[in-house]
Design a protein around this ligand. Structure first.
Ligand code: GLP
Length: 241
């Protein structure tokens, strides 16, 4: 794991946004794995700024988002579909048909999981995967568990995640289930960047980097990936030895 510690979230956004722009310029037909939550927002803002300055095109880029809530209309402001269009895709020249999400309202969750896994494979796999991290060490919606997961699946969210994310749900109850890429789907990405900012992530970050590899702290599995870069602000890095 390569660790880059910067002063704050804004600096990470600038640096990582620049990395994405250079990556897409070098690989115009790349496949990006994308994340939601507060963490990626500064990076997405930097990407949009560079696009608007005419520096880069996303016309041939394909994306796969990590996860989506179940039982929430995709038009709801808290769906990850809406989040991605509002914060990133609407500003870019990306083609709608190249944007991929898990369907949290699928009639058959197993069939939907297989469809997504197959779509990732058909696209040639994920070249560069963005990850945030939950306070309990989850990545995507892979919650602490007895074993590492593999392909996409439907997950019951833990109380820690419900508490962290329910602040956004002022107009509808927070879903207790989600569809998520599995740990295997994430680990098969060729390159991974994980960003953690803020003091609330410090304990999970310490476990991820310095702890044993365990499904009880899902992000710890990244120690076994050959190409991971972790971007931390000072607060998220504060417990590292
Ligand atoms: C969410 C998402 C994750 C995200 C994490 C942290 O529940 N499913 O993909 O990385 O929790 O979110 P935030 O960046 O808002 O702290």
């Amino acid at each position: 794991m390569k660790i880059i510690t910067l002063e704050n979230a804004a600096q990470i956004g600038e640096q990582l946004g620049r990395y994405y722009v250079d990556f897409v310029k070098a690989h115009p037909s790349c496949v990006l794995g994308l994340a939601t939550g507060a963490t990626p927002l500064p990076t997405y803002a930097a990407i949009v700024k560079a696009f608007q300055a005419g520096e880069v095109s996303f016309a041939d880029v394909t994306t796969f988002n990590l996860d989506e809530y179940c039982d929430l209309p995709k038009e709801n402001k808290n769906s990850y579909y809406t989040f991605m269009w509002q914060n990133l895709f609407q500003y870019l020249d990306i083609k709608k048909e190249n944007v991929n999400f898990l369907d949290g309202n699928a009639a058959d969750y197993d069939a939907e999981s297989r469809r997504y896994a197959e779509a990732i494979r058909a696209a040639g796999g994920i070249d560069l995967q963005f990850l945030g991290i939950g306070r309990n060490g989850h990545i995507a919606f892979n919650e602490p568990a007895d074993a590492f997961t593999d392909e996409p699946f439907r997950v019951a969210l833990t109380q820690s995640t419900i508490d962290a994310n329910s602040i956004y749900f002022d107009d509808a109850p927070m879903p207790h289930y989600a569809m998520t890429m599995g740990i295997g789907s994430i680990m098969r990405s060729k390159q991974i960047v994980l960003v953690a900012t803020g003091e609330s992530k410090a304990q999970a970050v310490k476990g991820m980097i310095e702890g044993e590899v365990t499904p009880r702290l899902p992000a710890s599995v990244l120690q076994q990936h050959a190409d991971v870069t972790v971007y931390l602000d000072k607060a998220a890095a504060s417990l590292l030895g």
